[in-house]
Design a protein around this ligand. Structure first.
Ligand code: KDG
Ligand code: MG
Length: 455
């Protein structure tokens, strides 16, 4: 995969775009061509066209996919993030082969129309690969819009509703004391909210904590191989016995002031999740994250019937419609979609508005395997909506920040975006080439009897 790719038949597309401008086609003709421009340029500004799309796959410390959309105005471009951990090349191919040809010649100002066109246009809609590609395009278009307006994106979304986005970091360890120490370090650094994960005794590797093995290695057949999926072991019994002990320990060691969170990572069955939520009640979690698989939303009712522990869900969702039932039935307290996997800001602000109507708050996914443009988009939305809850964040290593400069900054427990026009993030294409893609997978999980378990 070359780090930068251009649509194969770019000249042909530019010809179509040029013809559209010169001949001033009727509304019906424009529509027949996929509506390169609906109503013409913004009054007072020259007309704008998308002239090129660069898809940049790079691995400064882990794999990222960036989308750079260039326009007919010299120097005006937008950068989006289209990283889908473990399926990066599928998204890059979707962008290069399927979306870029549709974008060239279009009006980059028509963000909503482009979103609708790319979402509903292909008939085959949704899914993580397509929605991540769409998010990359959407973020780049919002970036262009902000730069053209000379405003940070949060201003275009309605302006500030708060000074910064309250955020959380991760504290993990191989035993209760190690997690406590990590949480204390986070609190000293200024964090007011901490997600806590501990290794489960007797199980090799636990989500968010430890070294993992490949399934072959677990079975004793081959030595560990770095570029194949690692395998974690999971058993609900030990997990359900350990996690309440972790939070009992943290509350007695740290007191009530710090907000504590925990990520189940969709590992439990409904009745197990209900038990965990109930047993965690005395420790007043800020939220219990992603307790169940995303497929059957009705299972969340069982948790609600048994516990007042606040529930967050959504990093595996891909569209607004995945969120509707959980929100409107108030089965969750926090909706935590990944802006990079639900089609970007355009869809996320609708999710937020839907959630507002039902007193559900946002907690957008913010791990290290999505790139700075998505982290920036998170915060632009966070600080411009009324029903923001909390923001997950990471500190990127220096090498990643050099390749993808900009992005929100941590200040005393809050995330801040810069006042730069657009999203405030960029990509250094030349530097990105020095870090080519390396095959990598997310881990998988198995039970002790060898059967597949949700990771
Ligand atoms: O690619 C998967 C990760 O983004 C995910 O495991 C991280 O669950 C996660 C979280 O809450 O940050
Ligand atoms: Mg999670």
């Amino acid at each position: 995969m070359p780090p930068k790719a251009h649509p194969t038949n770019r000249r042909g597309f530019l010809r179509i775009a040029g013809a559209a401008t010169l001949a001033q086609p009727s509304v019906a003709n424009r529509a027949a061509r996929g509506s390169p421009s609906l109503t013409g340029p913004t009054p007072g500004l020259p007309s704008l066209k998308i002239t090129d799309v660069h898809v940049i796959v790079t691995c400064p410390d882990r794999n990222y996919v960036l989308v750079k959309i260039l326009t007919s105005e010299p120097g005006l471009y937008g950068v989006g993030d289209a990283t889908l951990n473990g399926r990066e090349l599928a998204v890059a191919t979707t962008l290069e082969k399927h979306l870029a040809p549709l974008l060239i010649g279009r009006d980059p100002e028509a963000v909503e129309d482009t979103w609708q066109y790319l979402y509903r246009g292909p008939y085959w809609r949704g899914g993580p690969v397509q929605m991540t590609a769409l998010a990359g395009v959407d973020l780049a278009l919002w970036d262009i819009k902000g730069k053209r307006a000379g405003m940070p994106v949060y201003q275009l979304l309605g302006g500030r509703t708060r000074n910064g986005a309250l955020c959380y970091t991760h504290a993990s360890g191989s035993d209760l004391t190690e997690v406590e120490d990590a949480a204390r370090r986070a609190i000293e650094r200024g964090f007011k909210c901490v997600r806590a994960q501990v290794a489960i005794p007797g199980l090799e590797g636990t989500y968010g904590t430890a070294r993992r093995k490949t399934s072959e290695e677990v079975a004793g057949r081959v030595p560990q191989q770095a570029d194949l999926p690692q395998t974690e072991l999971f058993e609900p019994g030990p997990y359900l016995r350990t996690v309440p002990k972790l939070f009992a320990h943290l509350r007695s060691a740290l007191g009530e002031d710090v907000e504590l969170l925990h990520d189940v990572h969709e590992k439990l069955l409904p009745v197990e999740a209900a038990r965990l939520a109930k047993e965690l009640e005395p420790y007043h979690l800020f939220f219990l994250e992603d307790p169940l698989r995303p497929e059957y939303k009705g299972s969340f009712r069982l948790i609600r019937q048994h516990s007042t522990t606040p529930i967050a869900m959504g990093e595996l969702f891909n569209t607004l419609w995945d969120c509707v039932d959980l929100i409107k039935e108030q089965l969750i307290d926090f909706i935590r979609c990944d802006l990079g996997h639900i089609g970007g800001i355009t869809n996320a602000r609708k999710v937020a508005a839907l959630a507002e109507a039902f007193q559900v708050r946002t907690a957008w996914h913010g791990p290290g395997d999505i790139a700075p443009p998505t982290h920036a988009a998170n915060v632009h939305v966070d600080i411009s909506i009324p029903n923001f809850g909390v923001q997950e964040m990471v500190f990127f290593p220096d090498v990643a920040r050099e390749v993808m400069p900009g992005g929100p900054e941590f200040r005393d427990g809050y995330m801040m975006v810069s006042e730069a026009p657009g999203l405030g993030t960029d990509v250094n294409e030349e530097l990105a080439k020095k870090y080519p893609y390396k095959r990598a997978y997310l881990p998988t999980a198995r039970r002790q009897d060898g059967s597949v378990q949700d990771w």
